[in-house]
Write a protein that binds this ligand. Sequence first.
Ligand SMILES: [Fe+2]
Length: 313
Amino acid sequence: MINFKYNKTENIEEIDFNLLVNQESSINEIMMSKLKNCICSSGFLILKNTPISLNTINDLFVQYKKFFSKPYMEKNKVNMSLTNSNRGWGAPKSEQVNSNYNPDFKEIYDSGPNIDQKHEFSELPYYAKNIWPDDMSELKNLADNFYIQCNNIGLKILNKIAKVLNLKENFFSDKFDLPMALLRCNYYPERPAWAKKKDFGIAPHTDYGCLTLLFTEGDPGLEIRKFNQNWLKVKANKGDIIVNFGDMLQLWSNNQVKATQHRVIGTNKTRFSIPFFFNPRHDTVIKSYKNKDDLLAGDYLSYKYDTTYRHKF
Ligand SMILES: [Fe+2]
């Protein structure tokens, strides 16, 4: 393992996904050094030229928007508060990502992996059955396919991160064979007239998992915390993937990978974004102690879920 010193780079690096994963490319090394820089400096990067097409992204946004435009009574039929996990619709204020601020005014829709209901993990909340509105099979199909594509991209990025960390390139592969991943759509309505200083679309927070892939429609809204504590607006196009790293990977990597704070204040326009949160299988040891039980990825995630999803308080 190598020890990074955080430098003060504040721009968000753009990385060509094809050139990053293609080791034959003559500029693969440049992409790898860019990745190394992102990991320890801004904690964010923008992936260009990825395998997910604009049409695929557009189609999924259309379906999620259709869901969020439904009346409350319809959305409430798939309210995640009716489940023991985080599947389905999260109403405004259903999540409080930072206890120093008020619950977020965004709405969300969450889905996870589809594992065999006879599998020994199927009883665990991280592998809970997805719930979908009865009349939205198109949303279900597109989201399930999107989940698989994100899973593949996430693993390829992790393989490169392993290389940067001087681990075996496939270090993460077996740990992500049954990932506790989550696909979400965020719906940020216009910033409400009642909103005050402590109210956000999503309050300042670090993500709590390993890797986040974020799809937007190219509209502004996301801001990240810079070294000087000011906030930097993220500019990305539709089709780009904004990538950032979470607390679990920071802990797992002994602080070599940086989890950076970010937020969405909300504007006078509605905004949608689709994050994919990529986390290892629940029994992965992310930290070992001499005189204590090992810390498992699932236990870490449960602690985070239980303290942010308000229906689990
Ligand atoms: Fe986040």
